[in-house]
Design a binder for this molecule. Structure first.
Ligand SMILES: Cc1ncc(COP(=O)(O)O)c(C=O)c1O
Length: 390
């Protein structure tokens, strides 16, 4: 078109794809929509999830790069990136459950998921039975004719329980249940639940995968085509899709995930071991310690014991409040998995949605503090923890 005016020129800016060279980093396609030269191609793309990109809620090249990478790292075939970890959880629940269904869930669960299950139970007529997840026979014992899903965490938040995933997944399969595992605390570096017979894996990528406390996101990975289609169809209807910029930041985090996880695990070992010997600490819940009830299972299933754990202080609530206000290098903050250490009081924050009985059953009391060990030097971190304890 000739003689177009500045208003039109300003709107219609285009970038040619590079010819003869390739960008070294995954490009950020920060666009909500894609344009077409002809209606036939557009209509074809619109009708198929695996067709050309049309609209970024349905798919985007940057988001797709993240999805493909996580699917491969988890040993799956498909993934869907979501706007948050809870977006992944709610997509899974609302896609795979119907009103009247029954869920068997691990008792020691992230508080947000506990609250979601309680609200689903209230509003949607979905019932939930909590199990200790110590013995796969608990699945059979909790079973009802309407049971549809078993929901577990690889390393449970915040007490570090690691259940026998292959045995639980096999018990669930025997009764036709879908097994869903939140793999946030382990990341695909320490464990790949799909390889142990699990059907659906999810992450809050806000945590280790993003890794820098600068992005909120989630992801679901599966190894089954029809599950992938269900999750994608419902997830896009629910509007759970990730924004491309969030996906782009998450890719940058993912590239250093293996080295970061190794360091998180090493530093956690130093801090957990010293805390276990400290007179002001009554218990340390890190699965890497031989005293932890899940140590044997964790040694078999995980290639590292993770960087998050809880510990119980002598002196209950007062002691935990003093500790969390005296800590200086580590920040008193929600969330975990970033480069900087955070501490939190689960009973007041992450698990405040739980009633006192459920808290007690999950092993959390007023003296429990959670630490998410970052990438500071272990000795600097210990100096800070020790001064806050003293
Ligand atoms: C284990 C676990 N799963 C899921 C979530 C929810 O993730 P998001 O905050 O990204 O929605 C969290 C958040 O703390 C978590 O710790």
């Amino acid at each position: 078109m000739t003689d177009i005016r500045v208003e039109t020129q300003a709107v219609h800016i285009t970038a040619d794809p590079p010819v003869g060279s390739t960008p070294a980093a995954v490009p950020l396609y920060q666009t909500s929509l894609f344009t077409f030269d002809d209606l036939h191609t557009f209509a074809d793309a619109w009708s198929r999830p695996d067709g050309a990109f049309t609209y970024s809620r349905f798919g985007n090249p940057t988001t797709k790069a993240l999805e493909n990478a996580v699917a491969a790292m988890e040993g799956g075939t498909h993934a869907m990136a979501t706007a948050s970890g809870m977006g992944a959880v709610s997509t899974i629940m609302l896609s795979l459950l119907r009103s009247g269904d029954h869920v068997i869930a691990q008792r020691r669960l992230y508080g947000g998921v506990f609250a979601l299950l309680r609200d689903l139970a209230d509003r949607w007529g979905i019932s939930v039975t909590y199990i200790d997840a110590e013995d796969p026979a608990e699945v059979q014992a909790a079973l009802r004719p309407t049971t549809r899903m078993l929901y577990l965490e690889t390393i449970a938040n915040p007490m570090g329980q690691v259940c026998d995933l292959p045995a639980f997944a096999a018990a669930a399969k025997q009764h036709g249940l879908i097994t869903v595992v939140d793999n946030t605390f382990a990341s695909p570096v320490l464990c790949q639940p799909l390889r142990h017979g699990v059907d659906v894996v999810l992450h809050s990528t806000t945590k280790y995968i993003g890794g820098h406390s600068d992005v909120v996101g989630g992801i679901i990975a599966v190894a089954d085509e029809s599950l992938a289609r269900d999750l994608w169809s419902r997830g896009t209807e629910l509007g759970a899709s990730a924004d491309p910029f969030a996906a782009w930041l998450t890719i940058r985090g993912l590239q250093t995930l293996p080295v970061r996880m190794r360091q998180h695990c090493e530093t956690a070992k130093v801090i957990a071991t010293r805390l276990a010997d400290h007179p002001k600490v009554t218990a340390v819940h890190w699965p890497g310690l031989e005293s932890h009830p899940s140590h044997a299972t964790a040694s078999r299933l995980l290639s590292g014991f993770g960087g998050v754990f809880a510990f119980d202080l002598v002196g209950g609530q007062e002691a935990s409040h003093t500790f969390t206000s005296r800590i200086t290098l580590a920040a008193l903050a929600p969330s975990l998995g970033g480069v900087a250490t955070t501490v939190l009081h689960p009973a007041s924050i992450s698990h405040s949605g739980m009633d006192p009985d459920s808290l007690r059953a999950a092993g959390i009391d007023q003296g429990t503090v959670r630490i998410a060990v970052g990438l500071e030097h272990a000795e600097d971190l210990w100096t800070d923890v020790a001064q806050a304890l003293d």
